[in-house]
Design a protein around this ligand. Structure first.
Ligand SMILES: Nc1ncnc2c1ncn2[C@@H]1O[C@H](COP(=O)(O)OP(=O)(O)OP(=O)(O)O)[C@@H](O)[C@H]1O
Ligand SMILES: [Mg+2]
Length: 113
């Protein structure tokens, strides 16, 4: 199992959700976050003498997935969240050790269905 964390531009949520639904992902967690990347939150070229980092609003999506669907889910996110401008975001993938459905105590991939 994998845990995918995607940081995206907030206005892309509907597109990303539609793309994920289309590839059969019926669940996600969304959190409003703030962050910055290598432009340090500056949307245009560095103008002033003052050095300031700006936190920009982003959304963090978290999805626990079966290994078999990882590649198509990544494609769906990368396509649907893409504008080509800076700040489009990032996707992180880590191995997921366990998942448990609280109601039934189902584990592993049974808990992800
Ligand atoms: N290495 C990182 N670790 C944690 N969060 C990150 C990291 N890089 C980016 N982020 C998060 O993703 C958001 C968007 O990052 P962003 O797309 O600007 O990355 P970037 O490396 O600057 O790429 P680009 O040049 O395309 O803008 C940031 O606001 C931050 O929340
Ligand atoms: Mg950036």
């Amino acid at each position: 199992m994998k845990l995918v964390t995607a940081i995206i531009k907030p206005f892309k949520l509907d597109d990303v959700r539609a793309a994920l639904t289309a590839v059969g992902v019926p669940h996600m967690t969304v959190t409003e976050v703030q962050g910055y990347g290598r432009q340090k939150g500056r949307s245009s070229l560095y103008r002033g003498a003052e050095y300031a980092v700006e936190f920009l609003p982003k959304l963090k999506l978290e999805l626990a997935l079966r290994d078999e669907v990882l590649e198509q889910v990544l494609d769906a996110i990368l396509d649907s969240a893409h504008t080509g401008d800076v700040g489009d975001g990032k996707v992180f993938v880590v191995d997921l050790e366990q998942a448990i459905r609280i109601r039934t105590r189902e584990t592993e991939t049974d808990a992800l269905r």
